[in-house]
Design a protein around this ligand. Structure first.
Ligand code: GDP
Ligand code: IMO
Ligand code: MG
Length: 431
């Protein structure tokens, strides 16, 4: 994935999240010097399997399993320090040392206890089905210019002023939500004092570090969280997360120039899933819903919630290819389709007799949309041990060829199982 002219690669989810970004980043990080998370926070759950061990990363980049790789949490991330420390401690228990190779942007905003309280109490959050990690309220405070950044921990006087503003706002909002719990300035300051030294030891100017690394020819992976359809601007608003999950957010959130982004890999499942509320045009009915959820083990890596499943939606992925400028596509979980007799790809939405092939901005259009499907014969044999395109059953290759054609993006990876080695890499030397 990296060569002399391609030193940076953004990895984005091209559906509604949980596409297998963690696995792809882990595999590609073998060749990288740095991996940077650029948005979101502990709402993400990125699964990496190494041997028999399964690790779910929430804020730490998925390159951390490679001892030589440096990992950074960029300014665009909203950081939950306690969760970060428990993640670090978990890695250390698994024998993974992060000392001296994990950095946190001093510009990153902190998720405060009152942000989580607000996310939990808000009926709007419930309607969207948020992860309850305080993500939306933290980004709200960031945009309202009363957020607390990592660097504020260095200045207790300024910190207290910011906390006072944050607590006052939170308590006003909690009262409006009819929530009885209130945030408290002193309690918040005590909680912050407990995380300050450990967090400041990781704090750095991440954008500057990446800039310098790129100048020396380093290969940098930028790890997106969530998926393109959860992007605050391009996703199924308001059923979205609160950050720019798409590739444009990578430059902003890592603190590097847009011209420093060289390639963008979109990760897609061979079908579609979504957690939480909002449109999912190809959603299965029963009994297919339960069958696919079981076959794909579709339960959220962060909240354990069942994921909603549907057929592959080429309208969605073609849209994601456009807004992200995808240069490559990785198709994951092909093995989950192994036993199916027939498999469908959605190529458009039928609305009042018209077929729409572009994803609409107005969700009202989707309310009465009927997906238009192309049907394919299943391959009904295991792909789990296939390690080259040629080794895949013919029907699986036909299916992938059609995805490539409809999404106007070349497929560079096909994943056929949870393990690192269960990967077909179409570029020599990638896996
Ligand atoms: P992420 O948020 O995009 O990193 O994805 P998650 O980790 O939330 O969800 C992807 C799930 O699919 C994880 O449980 C992975 O272990 C699993 N997975 C990834 N690739 C494959 C694959 O090719 N086949 C199968 N069966 N599972 C996979
Ligand atoms: P990864 O990185 C799937 C969804 C939530 C909810 C909406 C808003 O593992 O792919 P938030 O807590 O962000 O305010 O919730 O976004 N969501 C995800 N869905 N994968 C994720 O992350 C998600 N992060 C948030 O379910 O619908
Ligand atoms: Mg996930």
């Amino acid at each position: 994935m990296f060569d002399a002219s391609r030193r940076t690669l953004v990895v984005v989810g091209a559906q509604w999240g949980d596409e297998g970004k963690g696995k792809l980043v882990d595999v590609i990080a073998e060749r990288a010097d740095w991996v940077v998370r650029y948005q979101g926070g502990a709402n993400a759950g990125h699964t990496v399997h190494i041997g028999d061990k399964k690790v779910v990363l929430h804020q730490i980049p998925s390159g951390i399993m490679h001892p030589g790789v440096r990992c950074a949490i960029g300014n665009g991330v909203v950081l939950d320090p306690e969760k970060l420390f428990s993640e670090i401690d978990g890695l250390v228990r698994d024998g993974i040392d992060v000392t001296g190779r994990l950095y946190v942007s001093e510009r990153a905003h902190l998720v405060m206890p009152y942000h989580k309280l607000m996310d939990g109490a808000s009926t709007a959050s419930k309607a969207i089905g948020t992860t309850g990690r305080g993500i939306g309220p933290t980004y709200e405070d960031k945009v309202a210019r009363r957020g607390v950044r990592v660097l504020d921990l260095r200045n207790p006087v300024r910190l207290r002023t910011l906390v006072e503003a944050g607590v006052a706002n939170a308590n006003g909002r909690l009262a409006l939500m009819n929530c009885d719990t209130r945030a408290d300035v002193d309690e918040t300051m005590v909680a912050l004092a407990q995380i300050t030294a450990r967090l400041l030891a990781l704090a750095d100017d991440v954008g500057l570090q990446i800039h310098r690394a790129l100048k020396t020819g380093a290969a940098v992976l930028l790890e997106g969280a969530q998926g393109s359809m959860l992007d605050i601007d391009h996703g199924t608003y308001p059923y979205v997360t609160s950050s720019n999950t798409t590739a444009g957010g990578a430059a902003i959130g890592a603190g590097i120039a847009p011209t420093a982004l060289h390639a963008v890999l979109g990760v897609v499942k061979a079908y579609t899933t979504r957690v939480g509320a909002g449109p999912l045009p190809t959603e299965f009915g029963e009994p297919m819903q339960t069958e696919m959820r079981t076959l794909g083990n579709e339960f959220g890596a962060t909240t354990g919630r069942p994921r909603r499943c549907g057929w592959f939606d080429a309208v969605v992925v073609r849209f994601a290819a456009r807004v992200n400028g995808l240069t490559d596509l990785a198709v994951t979980k092909l093995d989950v389709l192994d036993t199916l007799q027939r498999i469908a790809i959605c190529t458009g939405y039928m609305v009042d007799g018209d077929v729409h092939t572009e994803f609409p901005a107005d969700l009202a259009l989707l309310e009465h949309a009927e997906p238009v499907y192309e049907w394919y014969e299943g391959w009904q044999q295991s792909t789990a041990d296939c390690r080259s395109l040629e080794a895949l059953p013919r029907n699986a290759r036909l299916y992938l060829d059609r995805i490539e054609e409809l999404c106007e993006t070349r497929i560079t990876f096909v994943s056929v199982g949870t393990r690192r080695d269960q990967m077909i890499g179409m570029e020599a030397g990638v896996v």
